[in-house]
Design a protein around this ligand. Sequence first.
Ligand code: 6R9
Length: 572
Amino acid sequence: MKTTELIEAMTTGHNMESYEQTYASFQWEEGEKAFSWYKTGKVNAAHEAIDRHVESGRGEHPALLYSDPDRTNQYTFREVKEQSDKFGNVLRKLGIGKGERVFIFMPRTPELYFSFLGTLKVGAIAGPLFEAFMEGAVRDRLVDSEAIALVTTPDLLSRVPHHELPALKHIILVGGEADEAHGFYSFEKEMDAASSSFEIEWVDREDGMLIHYTSGSTGKPKGVYHVHNAMLQHYQTGKWVLDLQSEDIYWCTADPGWVTGTAYGIFAPWLNGVTNVIRGGRFSPEDWYQTLAKNGVTVWYSAPTAFRMLMGAGEEPIKQADLSKLRHVLSVGEPLNPEVVRWGLKAFNQRIHDSWWMTETGGILISNYPTMEIKPGSMGKPFPGIQAAIIDDEGRELPPMQMGNLAIRTPWPSLMQKIWKNKAKYEEYFRVEGWYISGDSAYRDEDGYFWFQGRIDDVINTSGERVGPFEVESKLVEHPAVAEAGVIGKPDPMRGEIIKAFIALRKGYEASDELKEEIRLFVKEGLAAHAAPREIEFKDKLPKTRSGKIMRRVLKAWELDLPTGDLSTMED
Ligand code: 6R9
């Protein structure tokens, strides 16, 4: 769908002056000069993120502003260096080193971040897991990765089937008792005893750093493997997409169990030497606005699901919070509905900048930049150094306005280097020579903006018309009664597929046939007759992943009575 709606570019505080110029002249190598490894050839992302700033005299700058309802802590870069060095020594004492997998299954606390950095510092590969994972999800990931150590808490330990995990030798308990004879160590005791004098393990750019498990629609979750070289993309996108500057206070709301919580909750801010806000505990609109206000957050990276929840909470909690420091807001994870973009402008006078990428791509590839006009509903344009295109299944590039496979020219620094122990799965992404196939469908408009349409397998074909579920969902959430919507194609003998919408209503609205009819008409008149859902079903809640994505494949499976596949990443 074409739009003429434009939101003007920002006029202050840019690292990137003109998108077109930067895109034309960009060289990845320029970014490398920021790092010590440009001179030495020796790499460690944790050194570049933390230690480098201490060496360059920025050690007393606040690195981590942590809070949850029970606890508030501040750490400088020097203190984060010291804590992560100590954790490196804890691992070394256990004999853990290069290439081994250390998994972290913890609530979001400072100890999670120290463990993560310390793991990298000994050259081991970190595997962060969502705190909410149940036993099956934990087992699958620890079995597949053959993790040798796990950092967790006594509360979460009941979900770790350690007797079934022969590779797992050491469990480090944060806030727990040691039982060293059986492989249990106390985090606090070990950290107290550890020296803060530490020699970092220098590795190669192509050595492993991180594994994120991500679910496909079928089969077990895949271990997406990233190497230290990815930091180049985290650094550059931090500069140009997040627009980070040295005095910023930055908050990425994502948990490190999701790739956004590592790439942009750890690397991008710290590689740029910027103060990073971490908020533990549960989501509530009041809490989030207060987190922005109390910390004086200037740059904020979140997700559509959160923005929609904030939108649903109305303006009252915003009035209670001083958001005057906020200057740059971004979103990732799902399509950002135009309605949400308009709300952002109205509610706190900020343009919300959409960005597109995937666990597999390791970093932002398409985005809206501060210096660029926003077309609400578009993901923006390719990052400098990235060539994106819409191609057909044979690899032919499609002209503007045609829907097809969103593909990226290989390689780029943060591209995954393996699917752990699954070569065949890895190769599927590269089945068209020279391209990475994302599995998303999209089109590009005449101005070079990309528009997300859905996952390839979500695109609906109704009476010969291809309809992206996102367009319909976006129109649906513009209706005042609709809080969230998930749209699927339901097989139909006449039309191939019909559009079915699952809708969660906002507080104060009652489900009724009249309301269904009203909503249907609303889409028909606002979008297109063929895009109006023929069927509507009201639900209390929609099935979502922990990163907030509506799980259309689960809606479809429910509808068709099919197996739902891997549900380990679904919210409770
Ligand atoms: C970072 C992350 C990747 C999938 C991706 C796409 C969807 C992400 C989006 C978006 C529309 C955006 N997605 N960003 N869809 N607009 N701006 O989300 O990684 O969890 O691996 O998900 O998320 O479908 O293919 P991951």
